[in-house]
Design a protein around this ligand. Structure first.
Ligand code: AMP
Ligand code: MG
Length: 288
């Protein structure tokens, strides 16, 4: 099993309250310039590690992003993977399920989009919406038309399904890391107002986001239950302070670098036959 990095990792035991996780950067985390430099270094390093991951073909990496609106999921994904070969990773955004998706089990649509060995998969929202938005909005659960739904046992069973699913992935070479971008209520208000005031951001604003904001406490409770039940040694959650974007991006990038380093991807060792082919090839080219 991978020895996941520790910094910002959510504990594997459930004895924490969600309020204990910081939304702002720790003291001494550095100036904007230093964080930008750190991000740049990690971006370059991710490119190198991705090449090895692909050459090695032993592991896939799945990075899951969850957060309240305006926490910065999209821009974090964009910046952190800006240096990686686009052929090496794929981003999937999960929105409201379609009619057909609603008729499947809740893991079906994510299972269909998992990265294959050698690749990086990025989930912008994920199966975790099924214990967040679906838990907070009873109508979303009703739409699934399940034979039995609701009650504490129901959510425990969903957590069970998720844990089993991720353990199965881990056993089969998919390394799962999960980022919760922890934005404060105040900072979210600021960013939503920016979407209203800045003409270039107007397109991002949806009045419906304010309905989710009004359910802030319900969401926090759902996040807490989710983090407690699903941060595990084989698929940890990371609680990333999200009020400062530079810190958030540098931190996500560093955790991904450290995770990939633990996976220790290697260029495959050449077999004797391949070495002979290289020599033959050199002779033929040089003889032209
Ligand atoms: P956005 O990420 O801003 O494009 O919004 C996507 C919306 O789809 C969010 O409001 C999510 O909460 C919602 N969503 C994602 N997955 C699900 C799901 N499984 N069930 C219901 N709503 C979902
Ligand atoms: Mg929303």
């Amino acid at each position: 099993m991978i020895d996941f990095p520790r910094r910002h990792r959510v504990p594997y035991h459930g004895r924490f309250r969600i309020g204990e996780f910081d939304t702002g950067p720790p003291k001494g985390s550095g100036t904007e310039t230093r964080l930008e430099n750190e991000l740049k270094q990690s971006v370059d390093r991710l490119d190198e590690l991705q090449r090895k991951l692909f050459a090695d073909q032993r592991h896939a990496l799945l990075a899951v992003f969850q957060a309240m609106d305006a926490a910065g999921k999209d821009s974090t994904i964009r910046k952190v993977f800006s240096g990686v070969n686009p052929a090496g990773f794929r981003v999937h955004a999960f929105g409201r399920p379609s009619e057909l998706e609603l008729r499947h089990d809740f893991l079906q649509r994510v299972a269909a989009r998992l990265p294959e060995r050698g690749k990086i998969g990025i989930f912008n929202r994920s199966h975790y919406e099924e214990v967040l938005v679906v838990r907070v909005h009873p109508g979303a659960l009703a739409a699934q038309n399940l034979p039995e739904a609701g009650g504490k046992g129901f959510w425990e069973a969903r957590f069970d399904s998720i844990r089993e699913f991720e353990r199965h992935l881990a056993r089969n070479g998919t390394v799962v890391v999960k980022f919760w971008l922890n934005v404060s209520r105040n900072e979210q208000k600021k960013r939503l107002l920016e979407r209203i005031e800045d003409p270039e951001k107007n397109w991002k604003f949806r009045l419906g986001d304010l309905d989710d904001r009004a359910l802030w406490d319900d969401y926090q409770a759902a996040y807490e239950a989710m983090l407690r039940a699903t941060s595990r040694p084989y698929a940890p959650w990371y609680a990333i302070p999200a009020d400062d974007k530079d810190y958030m991006r540098a931190t996500v990038a560093r955790i991904l670098v450290e995770t990939l380093e633990c996976m220790d991807p290697r260029y495959p060792r050449l077999r004797a036959a391949q070495r002979r082919e290289l020599q033959q090839g050199r002779r033929r080219l040089l003889a032209e």
